[in-house]
Design a protein around this ligand. Structure first.
Ligand SMILES: [Zn+2]
Length: 117
């Protein structure tokens, strides 16, 4: 569960943390198909998932805007995962194709990797 929040907030709401490593304050990805048990994964853990499931052969590196490069294609998608951008009530997720500007700006405001601090 993600606590209600505002896209004006510069911090991630309670509940918006990586299901694997517990990282918060960073961009997270979610599975495209939403189910109650779906994990939220940080850039490091979603890359591990992609290797473990055979989607990618090598670690995926995302840039500051949350993009990776597949050949010449720049995408925020990775395997079955898309950016996890909750609605402000914390109950649903936006997109992934139609995302309000303020929602994307909120997600973009977070670091891609903790180690960038
Ligand atoms: Zn993680």
């Amino acid at each position: 569960m993600i606590d209600p929040f505002s896209y004006d907030d510069a911090m991630t709401p309670d509940g918006y943390r990586c299901s694997e490593c517990g990282a918060d304050g960073v961009k997270l990805w979610r599975e495209f198909i939403i189910a109650k048990t779906n994990p939220l994964l940080c850039a490091v853990c979603v890359s591990k998932w992609a290797i473990e499931t055979g989607r990618h052969d090598e670690p995926v590196i995302f840039d500051d805007e949350g993009f990776q490069y597949l050949g010449i294609i720049r995408t925020r998608f990775i395997g079955d995962f898309v950016p996890a951008i909750p609605t402000e009530d914390g109950r649903r997720f936006s997109g992934p194709y139609i995302i309000k500007d303020e929602a994307m700006s909120w997600w973009m405001g977070f670091k891609t990797y903790k180690r960038d601090e």
